[in-house]
Design a protein around this ligand. Structure first.
Ligand code: SF4
Length: 944
């Protein structure tokens, strides 16, 4: 490894070196905050690839977030590049555990008893609506109308029940507790819970859904299934799992099964930074690793390269103030001597008895840091709070705003406070004439609706919004008439939102890459989910649902999201925004670091935790590990340890209650003697501007490059800002034909072609149709559906010879380029006596437009390039197969590709990626009218 260290100009400390160079057998790495664990993991992987010659595809690295996975992938690839090794790192499986399970399950759907191809993963928000949608089927007769506690004799209200059930269901799945054990427990509540859980499982499977917990459960199934376990257990020779302290029982079970053939497992973690008990995580996985693998080597990364010595002293002392028993390794974090920062007071306190005064002091402090040029950008400051709900975050947002300082508080209840969201919801309230007085059960929500209605009214009085005002009036009239005349529209809620983009103020929100645009992108996703769950297949607005829509939208969907949902909503990595102070929860800050950290609301009481562990202890496979009476204290300490250790140069402890929480007293007393904030110390502080290392992203030919090539603006909306398309129809037809042809090809590749009957094809086709219909919430008219079947049968009947020669079907392929990864999916590769042919299937009639054919040529040349570079396969011939052609000759269109085409395709791909990376989304000219007419942004672009 010395050559590598020299080349990379990196000198590891002794423990880091051990972490990097101990590759075989079990290894436990205890990694304190800022101890260089990511660098060690990266170099360990580089060591495996470059020195140990381990194949990239035999390495699995599990990270805690998708962003961490992307970062790791990029840094490994860059390092391998710097070393001049010709190793393609794109085959390393680097993913979150959920992402990994998802990927493997998709590969094995044909043998999995509970999942079909195209299964959909329910995120935390959609899991709620799934249970809501199937509430009666899940609870069957476990409700008692006459009782005060109506549901399972435990909950009174439906939404409380849903939230409660989710906690139980996830826990049961993560702990591999069978519903039968609950049903026969002799306890009435558990018996009913057992039946409800069984119903939930069956419904998920019937509708081809999985929640996050079941992704893991089903992978565990594959590891117990004779047909698949061998293949999976032989696949990964080396496994590394980061943040092992935040894994749960089922994750540990999966990882240990996957690695049982070699035991080359390396787990990295810090029990002090365990934050996810509420998601089923347990520190015992990390703490008991040496018990599971007595031969394991142990590495202690305890030298901190991040924080000022005083900050490290504070959190060491904080952790020492509690008796941990078996819940902690004995360790102390030490500052790095070489990087030692000058002496200055780096820890301050703010003590106010009033929330807004506290916030004002924090804002003064931040403003002063900038004025004195201690910080270069407001994004160097983070305010960490317990929850981003308005109750906790509003005072900070307002105090900063009063000084003209922008802040970003993602996933907050705040989402509904953004101007664009308020106007948009108010517009829907107006159009559908929803009367907020109908919301009698939640005063704050009713107040909110009243407020936004009033704000919209005020806005519309301004002259510059008159066209929007007229449009709203017309729209309202239109729906009234639809109801009266019993008519049907051809638009859904999402279409209505996109229509609003023609007008100010929405037009303005979309003009730059602002947070407003991103928020509207989230709204498009929410409306699509509403359509799917509440309106099912008939997503369009008709006289039948025109009254139902606003009732469900405002009395249930947005009410629930406003109340609880969006805090957990996926934020697509938008946590850090330049020139904005980040206001986030301690959980969101995990894995991040900031020059200045303000930890606020320290007076808050400790929350109860571990309740489910206590309740379910008799059903679990392992005995309780941590002292149940102490777990609240443990969780509190760990959370604030994470918060304190995010700080590099300054840590400010802030509270507005008279008495600090008793747990915080040891640190509070330490800073008590200090000046509240000592500005004179700041002159000695030099905060270097933080630079985000450029991440190497993956670009797909069809979903990135071709979309950008068609219209960069459209690409920006859908891919960068996260807008969801409202388009319906065409996609279902294409997917149905594609998927069923894939079934045909795969069957013929693996089985005997002679055995394939029309009945078998019909069975696949119907099965695919049901799945696609469920997930796309669309259906096809009977004649169109029949046409899809005819196209599939024609393909099969007319191409017996071709099908016999298939050597690969639906081949996923990706390679690494200097600045990005390129990925694609090849429909068919034929092997004709050693000569290879590439085929792409299009479920359309033969294309006549030259422009389109040029695009197909680009697509095929790119795939051929990929095959050549990755598998050294030279393509002799490329072809597009149009399933919509009536006769076999018309269906096959050969496309000749020569060296010049390869080069051009390569150049074009590179060029488009460069433009995307440089955020070049401006239009040079409008695409053909046909494209714009099908685009959701046609109103914004005035191209309808
Ligand atoms: S309407 Fe046309 S120009 Fe506007 S984003 Fe869509 S495709 Fe692009």
């Amino acid at each position: 490894m010395n050559d590598i260290y020299n080349l990379l100009d990196f000198t590891p400390n002794k423990e880091q070196q051990k972490a990097i160079e101990t590759t075989d057998g079990p290894l436990l790495i205890i990694a304190g905050p800022g101890s260089g664990k990511t660098q060690s993991l990266i170099l360990r992987t580089v060591n495996l690839l470059a020195n140990k010659k381990v194949k990239a595809k035999n390495i699995l690295v599990c990270t805690f977030t998708e962003k961490a996975a992307l970062q790791l992938r990029t840094r490994i690839a860059n390092m391998i590049d710097n070393l001049d090794h010709r190793i393609d790192t794109s085959d390393i499986m680097i993913n979150t555990i959920h992402g990994f399970c998802n990927e493997i399950l998709r590969e094995f759907t044909d043998v999995h008893p509970h999942l079909d191809r195209g299964f959909e993963v329910l995120d935390e928000v959609m899991q709620k609506f799934f249970i809501n949608d199937n509430f009666n089927k899940i609870l069957e007769d476990s409700t008692d109308e006459s009782r005060y506690k109506k549901y399972l004799n435990k909950w009174k209200y439906k939404w409380r029940t849903i939230e409660g059930l989710i906690k139980y269901f996830n826990k049961l799945t993560q702990e591999l507790i069978s519903p039968e054990d609950l049903v026969f427990s002799g306890d009435k509540f558990f018996e009913e819970l057992g039946y409800a859980y069984q119903n939930y499982r069956d419904l998920l499977s019937e509708k081809n859904y999985v929640d996050f917990a079941f992704l893991q459960f089903y992978l565990n199934d594959l590891l117990e299934n004779k047909e698949t376990e061998e293949e999976l257990k032989n696949r990964f020779k080396y496994i590394m799992v980061d943040e092992f302290q935040d894994t749960n029982y089922i994750q540990e079970t999966i990882i240990y099964k996957l690695i049982e053939k070699t035991n080359n497992i390396c787990v990295v973690g810090d029990e002090d930074q365990s934050l996810y008990r509420f998601r089923g995580a347990t520190v015992r996985n990390l703490l008991e690793f040496p018990k599971h693998f007595p031969e394991a080597e142990k590495v202690n990364l305890t030298i901190n390269y991040r924080s000022h010595q005083q900050i490290i002293d504070i959190y060491n002392r904080f952790m020492k103030s509690l008796k941990w028993g078996n819940a902690r390794f004995n360790k102390k974090i030490k500052p790095c001597r070489q990087n030692r920062m000058p002496f200055y007071n780096s820890v301050f306190k703010i003590n106010e008895f009033d929330k807004s005064k506290q916030a004002k002091k924090v804002a003064d402090f931040i403003e002063d840091l900038k004025t004195r040029e201690v910080i270069n950008d407001y994004s160097e400051v983070a305010i960490l709070i317990d929850s981003v709900k308005g109750k906790y975050s509003d005072s900070f947002i307002n105090a900063l705003a009063d000084k003209g300082i922008r802040s970003n508080c993602p996933r907050a209840k705040n989402y509904f406070q953004y101007e664009e969201i308020r106007y948009l919801l108010a517009a829907f309230v107006y159009i559908f004439e929803f009367d907020e007085k109908a919301v009698s059960y939640a005063n704050d929500w009713r107040l909110y609706l009243e407020e936004i209605k009033f704000e919209l009214k005020e806005l519309l009085e301004e002259e510059r919004y008159h066209s929007f005002s007229n449009w709203l009036r017309e729209k309202r009239k239109y729906y009234k008439e639809i109801a009266e005349k019993k008519e049907t529209t051809d638009e859904n809620l999402l279409d209505v939102m996109y229509q609003m983009f023609e007008f100010k103020p929405f037009k303005k929100y979309l003009e730059d890459n602002s947070l407003s645009k991103y928020n509207l992108g989230i709204m498009s996703d929410l409306l699509a989910k509403f359509n799917k769950f509440y309106l099912k297949e008939s997503q369009i607005i008709t006289f039948r649902n025109v009254e139902y829509i606003p009732q469900r939208l405002f009395k249930s969907f947005f009410y629930v999201l406003h109340r609880s949902g969006l805090n957990e909503y996926e934020d697509r990595e938008k946590i850090l925004i330049k020139d904005h102070v980040s206001i986030m929860t301690i959980h969101q800050a995990k894995g991040l670091e900031f020059p200045v950290v303000i930890v606020s609301n320290l007076g808050k009481k400790t929350m109860q935790s571990g309740q489910l562990d206590k309740e379910l202890k008799d059903f679990k496979h392992r005995k309780i590990f941590e002292d149940l009476n102490k777990i609240n204290d443990f969780d509190y300490m760990r959370k604030y340890y994470v918060a304190f250790s995010r700080a590099e140069n300054f840590l400010v402890l802030s509270k507005y209650r008279k008495n600090a929480n008793p747990k915080i007293r040891p640190v509070w007393n330490m800073v008590k003697s200090l000046e509240e904030i000592n500005k004179n110390d700041w002159d000695q502080v030099n905060i270097n501007e933080k630079k985000d290392s450029k991440l190497k992203k993956q670009y797909s030919l069809t979903t990135d490059i071709l979309v950008y090539d068609t219209c960069p603006r459209q690409y920006n909306f859908y891919k960068e800002s996260g807008f969801t398309s409202s388009r319906r129809g065409g996609a279902l037809f294409g997917s149905l034909v594609h998927e069923t042809i894939e079934d045909v090809n795969k069957y013929c590749l693996e089985e005997n072609n002679d055995k394939l009957s029309n009945e078998k094809i019909k069975e696949w086709y119907e099965n695919n149709y049901d799945n696609l219909r469920e997930h796309m919430q669309q259906s096809l008219a009977p004649n169109i559906k029949k046409e899809a079947f005819n196209q599939i049968i024609r393909y099969y009947k007319n191409n017996q010879e071709l099908i016999e020669k298939i050597s690969e079907s639906e081949l996923n392929i990706s390679i690494e380029k200097p600045d990005y990864f390129i990925s694609g999916k090849i429909d068919i590769i034929l092997d004709d006596e050693g000569k290879y042919h590439l085929i792409d299937i299009k479920a359309t009639k033969p294309e006549e437009s030259e422009e389109k054919m040029e695009k197909y040529k680009f697509q095929l040349a790119t795939y051929a390039n990929l095959l050549k570079n990755k598998h050294e396969v030279n393509i002799e011939n490329a072809m597009i197969y149009f399933t919509g052609a009536k006769n076999p000759e018309e269906a096959k269109v050969n496309i000749s590709i020569n060296d010049k085409d390869f080069k051009e395709a390569n150049y074009k791909f590179d060029n488009i990626v460069k433009k995307i990376q440089n955020e070049k989304f401006a239009l040079e000219s409008f695409p053909p009218k046909k494209i714009c007419r099908e685009c959701d942004f046609r109103f914004f672009c005035n191209q309808y």
